[in-house]
Design a protein around this ligand. Structure first.
Ligand SMILES: NC(=O)c1ccc[n+]([C@@H]2O[C@H](COP(=O)([O-])OP(=O)(O)OC[C@H]3O[C@@H](n4cnc5c(N)ncnc54)[C@H](OP(=O)(O)O)[C@@H]3O)[C@@H](O)[C@H]2O)c1
Length: 367
C-alpha cells in the first residue's frame, strides 16, 4: 500500500491559513517533511498572519493563489508531491458571501460546492501530478452523525460504519441546513471513487468532532476555540451558538497526528472496519462536555481568578433550551489501527485559554 515517509518527497496541505491546516503543516514539519502550504490569498489579513507564522517554520514553501473554486490552482503545489492533506473547506470564517468572491453568492451552496467542486479540483490536480500516492481528507463527524443525531439511543457510540445520510428523509437531507453534512458525505464518496478509479493513489478520511486546542496565530480564531476563549474572557458566546450545549472536543494536535499516521501506515485502509475513515472524537473518558458547566469548570480550575462568561439558556421566546448528549465516543478504531493518542480534554481547554491570552485574543477579567 502507498505509505509515505519524509524521505519520499514533499507533501502538500490545503487550507493552511485555517486552524487545522496551520497545525497540519506544523505536525508534518516537526516530523521531517518538506511541506507545500497552500493558501488562497497571501495578501488577505488571514493570509498575512498565516504567512508570518509559517515563515518561521523550516522546510515550508508557501503556495499562494490556491482557491477551491479555481480549476488548476493546486497544480503547482502538487507537482512532484507524494502526499496531499486536504484540509480546506468553506466553513467558519470562510463561509460568508464576502469570504467567497468566486462562489455562487449563496452560502449553503458554497459550503456544499466547496466540498464537491473544490475537491474535484484537488482530485484533478492529484491526477495531473502523477506523483501523489496518498490523499488524506479532513471530513467531519457531521458526515457520521449529522442529521440523525437526535434519533440515537443514550450512550450510542458512533463508528465508521455510520453515515449521516442513512435513513434520513431525503427532503430533510436536501435542506440547506444540512449543506455541510451533505457536502462532507458526498465529498467522501467522491474521493473514494476517484482514488479507486485512478489506481495510483489511495484516500483516507478523518472524521473529527469539534476541533479545539492551542492557537498558533490570531487568524485561526473562530468557531469553538473562539467560544471557549470568550467564556474565559468573561463574555457570552456568539457564533456558532450563544446557547449552552454539549461540546464534543477533539484536540487539534491529536487530530493532525492521526492524519500523519494514516499516511505513514502501510495498510490498505479500505479493508478496515467501516472502510478508509476514522472517527476522531472522544478519549474514552470525557467525550461530550456541557459548555456552561463542565467546560466552564475546567477553565475555573486552571484560571481561578478569571470571571467566567455564561452561555444563554433561555431562548428569545423566553423558553428554557433543551440540552442533550446521547453519544459516547472513544476514537476506538483510530487508536487500535493507527496507534492514535488522545490527550485529556482538560489539557485541550487549558491550552485554548492560555494561547488566547498570549496572543491578545482575550483580556481576562479578574474577579
Ligand atoms: N472546526 C471544527 O470544529 C471542525 C469539525 C469537524 C471537521 N472540520 C473540518 O476540518 C477542516 C478544517 O477546519 P478548520 O476549522 O480548521 O477551518 P478554518 O480554520 O475555518 O479554515 C478553513 C480553511 O479553508 C480555507 N478556504 C476556505 N474557502 C476556501 C476556498 N474557496 N479556497 C481555498 N481555501 C479555502 C480557508 O482559507 P481562508 O483563510 O482564505 O478563508 C482556511 O485556510 C475542514 O475541512 C472542516 O470541514 C472542522
Amino acid at each position: 500500500m502507498p505509505a509515505i515517509s519524509p524521505k519520499d518527497g514533499p507533501v502538500a496541505v490545503t487550507g493552511c491559513s485555517g486552524f487545522t491546516g496551520g497545525h497540519m503543516v506544523r505536525e508534518l514539519v516537526l516530523h521531517g517533511y518538506q511541506v507545500r502550504a497552500c493558501i488562497r490569498d497571501a495578501n488577505s489579513w488571514r493570509g498575512k498572519d498565516c504567512v508570518d507564522y509559517l515563515s518561521k517554520l523550516p522546510n515550508v514553501e508557501i503556495v499562494d493563489g490556491c482557491d477551491l473554486f479555481t480549476a488548476g490552482s493546486y497544480d503547482k503545489a502538487f507537482e512532484g508531491a507524494v502526499g496531499v492533506f486536504h484540509v480546506a473547506a468553506v466553513l467558519g470564517n470562510s463561509a460568508t458571501v464576502e469570504a467567497q468572491p468566486l462562489g455562487s453568492g449563496d452560502v449553503s451552496d458554497d459550503v456544499y460546492q466547496g466540498g464537491i467542486t473544490g475537491t474535484q479540483n484537488v482530485i484533478d490536480a492529484i491526477n495531473a501530478s502523477g506523483s501523489v500516492k496518498r490523499m488524506v481528507y479532513t471530513s467531519s463527524m457531521a458526515a457520521v452523525s449529522g442529521a440523525k443525531g437526535a434519533t440515537i439511543p443514550q450512550g450510542y457510540e458512533w463508528t465508521e460504519t455510520d453515515w449521516a445520510s442513512d435513513e434520513v428523509d431525503p427532503k430533510v437531507w436536501e435542506h440547506p441546513r444540512n449543506a455541510y453534512a451533505r457536502s462532507k458525505v458526498d465529498t467522501e464518496h467522491l474521493i473514494n471513487k476517484a482514488a479507486d478509479d485512478s489506481g495510483s493513489w489511495d484516500a483516507i478520511t478523518m472524521n473529527p468532532a469539534m476541533i479545539c486546542g492551542p492557537i498558533l496565530f490570531k487568524a485561526q480564531v473562530g468557531q469553538w476555540i473562539e467560544q471557549i476563549g470568550r467564556l474565559a474572557g468573561g463574555l457570552e458566546p456568539t457564533w456558532p451558538s450563544k446557547y449552552d450545549m454539549y461540546y464534543n472536543i477533539i484536540d487539534v494536535r491529536d487530530l493532525v497526528k492521526a492524519h500523519r499516521l494514516t499516511a505513514e501506515i502501510d495498510i490498505d485502509h479500505r479493508q478496515t472496519r467501516g472502510g478508509p475513515r476514522y472517527v476522531m472524537h472522544g478519549s474514552g473518558g470525557r467525550s461530550a462536555m456541557r459548555f456552561g458547566t463542565e467546560v466552564a469548570e475546567v477553565i475555573r480550575d486552571h484560571f481561578p481568578t478569571y470571571t467566567i462568561g455564561e452561555p444563554a439558556t433561555i431562548t428569545s421566546k423566553g423558553e428554557p433550551i433543551t440540552i442533550e448528549s446521547k453519544a459516547h465516543n472513544d476514537c476506538k478504531k483510530a487508536k487500535e489501527v493507527l496507534g492514535a493518542t488522545i490527550r485529556p480534554v482538560e489539557e485541550t481547554i487549558r491550552d485554548v485559554v492560555e494561547t488566547s491570552v498570549e496572543l491578545g485574543i482575550i483580556s481576562p477579567q479578574l474577579q
